[in-house]
Design a protein around this ligand. Structure first.
Ligand code: NI
Ligand code: MN
Length: 227
Protein backbone atom coordinates (compact mmCIF):
# COMPACT_ATOMS: atom_id res chain seq x y z
CA UNK A 1 0.00 0.00 0.00
CA UNK A 2 1.14 3.50 -0.82
CA UNK A 3 -0.38 6.76 0.49
CA UNK A 4 0.64 10.16 -0.79
CA UNK A 5 -0.71 13.58 0.08
CA UNK A 6 -1.68 16.02 -2.66
CA UNK A 7 -2.79 18.90 -0.45
CA UNK A 8 -6.02 19.94 1.32
CA UNK A 9 -8.18 16.76 1.45
CA UNK A 10 -6.60 15.06 -1.52
CA UNK A 11 -4.84 11.73 -1.11
CA UNK A 12 -3.68 9.12 -3.58
CA UNK A 13 -3.87 5.64 -2.07
CA UNK A 14 -2.72 2.57 -3.98
CA UNK A 15 -4.18 -0.75 -2.92
CA UNK A 16 -4.28 -4.02 -4.86
CA UNK A 17 -2.60 -2.28 -7.81
CA UNK A 18 -5.44 0.22 -8.08
CA UNK A 19 -4.93 3.95 -7.64
CA UNK A 20 -7.65 5.61 -5.58
CA UNK A 21 -7.67 9.39 -5.68
CA UNK A 22 -9.66 11.15 -2.97
CA UNK A 23 -11.18 14.65 -3.23
CA UNK A 24 -8.85 16.21 -5.81
CA UNK A 25 -8.39 19.99 -5.51
CA UNK A 26 -4.82 20.45 -6.60
CA UNK A 27 -4.53 23.05 -9.40
CA UNK A 28 -6.44 25.68 -7.42
CA UNK A 29 -4.34 25.04 -4.30
CA UNK A 30 -1.23 27.25 -4.26
CA UNK A 31 0.26 25.04 -1.50
CA UNK A 32 0.17 22.06 -3.92
CA UNK A 33 1.95 23.72 -6.84
CA UNK A 34 4.69 21.06 -6.67
CA UNK A 35 2.21 18.30 -7.60
CA UNK A 36 2.28 17.23 -11.26
CA UNK A 37 -1.48 16.97 -11.69
CA UNK A 38 -1.41 15.48 -15.21
CA UNK A 39 0.86 12.65 -14.09
CA UNK A 40 -1.76 11.34 -11.65
CA UNK A 41 -3.47 8.42 -13.37
CA UNK A 42 -6.16 7.27 -10.94
CA UNK A 43 -8.32 4.21 -11.57
CA UNK A 44 -11.00 5.58 -9.25
CA UNK A 45 -11.81 9.08 -8.02
CA UNK A 46 -13.67 9.09 -4.71
CA UNK A 47 -15.56 12.27 -3.88
CA UNK A 48 -16.83 12.68 -0.33
CA UNK A 49 -19.21 15.47 -1.39
CA UNK A 50 -19.74 18.10 -4.09
CA UNK A 51 -17.97 21.14 -2.66
CA UNK A 52 -15.49 22.80 -5.01
CA UNK A 53 -12.54 22.24 -2.67
CA UNK A 54 -13.15 18.46 -3.07
CA UNK A 55 -14.12 18.06 -6.74
CA UNK A 56 -12.19 20.84 -8.51
CA UNK A 57 -9.91 18.59 -10.59
CA UNK A 58 -12.20 15.55 -10.79
CA UNK A 59 -13.60 16.22 -14.27
CA UNK A 60 -10.22 16.85 -15.87
CA UNK A 61 -8.57 13.87 -14.18
CA UNK A 62 -11.46 11.50 -14.87
CA UNK A 63 -11.46 12.40 -18.58
CA UNK A 64 -7.69 12.18 -18.75
CA UNK A 65 -7.35 8.83 -17.02
CA UNK A 66 -10.80 7.28 -17.73
CA UNK A 67 -11.22 6.87 -13.99
CA UNK A 68 -14.55 5.91 -12.44
CA UNK A 69 -16.00 8.39 -9.98
CA UNK A 70 -17.43 6.95 -6.76
CA UNK A 71 -19.66 9.27 -4.75
CA UNK A 72 -23.24 10.05 -3.82
CA UNK A 73 -25.92 9.39 -6.46
CA UNK A 74 -26.32 13.14 -6.96
CA UNK A 75 -22.61 13.89 -7.44
CA UNK A 76 -22.12 10.89 -9.75
CA UNK A 77 -25.15 11.85 -11.87
CA UNK A 78 -23.75 15.37 -12.24
CA UNK A 79 -20.48 13.94 -13.59
CA UNK A 80 -22.25 11.32 -15.76
CA UNK A 81 -24.00 14.22 -17.49
CA UNK A 82 -20.52 15.40 -18.51
CA UNK A 83 -19.78 11.98 -20.02
CA UNK A 84 -17.81 10.60 -17.07
CA UNK A 85 -18.13 7.05 -15.76
CA UNK A 86 -19.43 6.75 -12.26
CA UNK A 87 -20.57 4.39 -9.54
CA UNK A 88 -23.39 6.04 -7.56
CA UNK A 89 -23.88 5.19 -3.89
CA UNK A 90 -25.89 6.40 -0.97
CA UNK A 91 -25.32 6.42 2.76
CA UNK A 92 -25.12 3.04 4.47
CA UNK A 93 -24.55 1.15 1.24
CA UNK A 94 -21.53 -0.99 0.45
CA UNK A 95 -20.13 -2.54 -2.71
CA UNK A 96 -17.38 -5.01 -3.58
CA UNK A 97 -14.90 -3.21 -5.83
CA UNK A 98 -11.76 -4.78 -7.32
CA UNK A 99 -9.70 -2.99 -4.64
CA UNK A 100 -11.84 -4.18 -1.72
CA UNK A 101 -15.11 -3.48 0.03
CA UNK A 102 -16.27 0.11 0.22
CA UNK A 103 -18.99 1.38 2.51
CA UNK A 104 -20.27 4.92 2.04
CA UNK A 105 -20.90 6.24 5.53
CA UNK A 106 -22.52 9.24 7.08
CA UNK A 107 -20.84 12.62 7.38
CA UNK A 108 -22.41 15.62 9.05
CA UNK A 109 -21.77 18.38 6.52
CA UNK A 110 -23.46 20.03 3.51
CA UNK A 111 -22.95 19.37 -0.20
CA UNK A 112 -23.43 21.54 -3.26
CA UNK A 113 -21.75 21.18 -6.65
CA UNK A 114 -19.70 24.00 -8.24
CA UNK A 115 -22.65 25.17 -10.42
CA UNK A 116 -24.83 25.25 -7.28
CA UNK A 117 -26.64 21.98 -8.11
CA UNK A 118 -27.71 19.92 -5.11
CA UNK A 119 -24.93 17.51 -4.20
CA UNK A 120 -26.91 14.99 -2.16
CA UNK A 121 -25.67 13.97 1.26
CA UNK A 122 -22.06 14.40 2.30
CA UNK A 123 -20.29 11.14 3.09
CA UNK A 124 -17.12 9.35 4.06
CA UNK A 125 -15.54 6.11 2.85
CA UNK A 126 -14.72 2.95 4.77
CA UNK A 127 -12.49 0.69 2.68
CA UNK A 128 -11.12 -2.70 3.55
CA UNK A 129 -9.62 -5.84 2.02
CA UNK A 130 -7.47 -8.73 3.33
CA UNK A 131 -4.50 -6.39 3.80
CA UNK A 132 -5.80 -3.06 5.03
CA UNK A 133 -8.74 -1.27 6.60
CA UNK A 134 -9.11 2.51 6.63
CA UNK A 135 -11.57 5.38 6.91
CA UNK A 136 -11.58 8.57 4.87
CA UNK A 137 -13.99 10.83 6.74
CA UNK A 138 -14.32 13.64 4.20
CA UNK A 139 -15.65 16.89 5.64
CA UNK A 140 -17.62 16.21 8.78
CA UNK A 141 -18.44 17.27 12.27
CA UNK A 142 -17.78 14.84 15.06
CA UNK A 143 -20.82 12.57 15.04
CA UNK A 144 -22.02 9.83 17.34
CA UNK A 145 -22.55 7.69 14.21
CA UNK A 146 -18.77 7.21 14.14
CA UNK A 147 -19.29 4.73 16.99
CA UNK A 148 -20.84 2.39 14.42
CA UNK A 149 -17.68 2.22 12.33
CA UNK A 150 -15.92 -0.49 14.39
CA UNK A 151 -19.06 -2.61 13.93
CA UNK A 152 -18.92 -2.28 10.15
CA UNK A 153 -15.38 -3.27 9.22
CA UNK A 154 -12.15 -4.91 10.43
CA UNK A 155 -10.13 -2.84 12.92
CA UNK A 156 -8.93 0.32 11.19
CA UNK A 157 -5.21 0.56 10.40
CA UNK A 158 -5.51 4.31 9.96
CA UNK A 159 -8.07 7.07 9.43
CA UNK A 160 -7.94 10.36 7.56
CA UNK A 161 -9.84 12.95 9.58
CA UNK A 162 -10.35 16.68 9.04
CA UNK A 163 -8.76 18.78 11.79
CA UNK A 164 -8.93 22.36 10.47
CA UNK A 165 -12.07 23.47 12.35
CA UNK A 166 -14.53 26.16 11.15
CA UNK A 167 -15.96 24.08 8.23
CA UNK A 168 -15.33 20.67 9.84
CA UNK A 169 -14.41 19.34 13.24
CA UNK A 170 -11.23 20.69 14.77
CA UNK A 171 -8.45 18.60 16.27
CA UNK A 172 -10.04 18.43 19.75
CA UNK A 173 -13.09 16.73 18.26
CA UNK A 174 -10.86 14.61 16.03
CA UNK A 175 -9.32 13.14 19.20
CA UNK A 176 -12.82 12.10 20.30
CA UNK A 177 -13.55 10.79 16.80
CA UNK A 178 -10.47 8.58 16.98
CA UNK A 179 -11.91 7.04 20.16
CA UNK A 180 -15.31 6.51 18.51
CA UNK A 181 -13.79 4.76 15.49
CA UNK A 182 -11.28 2.76 17.57
CA UNK A 183 -8.19 3.96 15.73
CA UNK A 184 -5.01 5.46 17.19
CA UNK A 185 -3.25 6.37 13.93
CA UNK A 186 -4.79 9.46 12.39
CA UNK A 187 -3.73 11.36 9.28
CA UNK A 188 -4.83 14.99 9.27
CA UNK A 189 -6.66 16.60 6.35
CA UNK A 190 -8.47 19.87 5.62
CA UNK A 191 -5.94 22.14 7.33
CA UNK A 192 -3.99 25.30 6.35
CA UNK A 193 -5.28 25.62 2.76
CA UNK A 194 -7.15 28.85 3.43
CA UNK A 195 -7.41 31.37 6.24
CA UNK A 196 -10.33 29.84 8.12
CA UNK A 197 -8.56 26.51 8.60
CA UNK A 198 -5.03 27.50 9.64
CA UNK A 199 -4.09 24.93 12.24
CA UNK A 200 -1.65 24.92 15.17
CA UNK A 201 0.04 21.62 14.35
CA UNK A 202 2.05 21.36 17.56
CA UNK A 203 -1.03 21.77 19.75
CA UNK A 204 -2.94 19.27 17.63
CA UNK A 205 -0.17 16.65 17.78
CA UNK A 206 0.11 17.15 21.54
CA UNK A 207 -3.65 16.70 22.04
CA UNK A 208 -3.36 13.28 20.40
CA UNK A 209 -0.16 12.39 22.24
CA UNK A 210 -1.85 13.07 25.57
CA UNK A 211 -4.30 10.27 24.74
CA UNK A 212 -1.55 7.93 23.57
CA UNK A 213 -2.46 8.47 19.92
CA UNK A 214 -0.56 9.51 16.84
CA UNK A 215 -1.59 12.43 14.60
CA UNK A 216 0.34 12.71 11.35
CA UNK A 217 0.38 15.98 9.43
CA UNK A 218 1.15 14.82 5.90
CA UNK A 219 3.53 16.78 3.69
CA UNK A 220 2.35 17.63 0.18
CA UNK A 221 3.85 15.45 -2.53
CA UNK A 222 5.34 13.04 -0.01
CA UNK A 223 4.50 9.47 0.82
CA UNK A 224 3.06 8.93 4.27
CA UNK A 225 4.82 6.43 6.50
CA UNK A 226 2.55 4.77 9.01
CA UNK A 227 4.04 3.90 12.42
NI1 NI B 1 -17.16 20.73 2.27
MN1 MN C 1 -14.06 21.17 2.36
Amino acid sequence: MNISYLGHSSFLIEIKDKKLLFDPMIKANPLASSVQVESIKPDYILLSHGHEDHVADAEMLAKHSKATIISSYEVVTWFQNKGIEGHPMNLGGKWEFEFGTLKYVNAVHSSMLPDRSYGGPSGGFLIWNEEISFYFAGDTALTYDMKLIPLFCPKLDFAILPVGDNFTMGYEDAVLASDFIGCDTIIASHFDTFGYIKTDKEKAILAFEEKGKKLIFPVINENIKLP
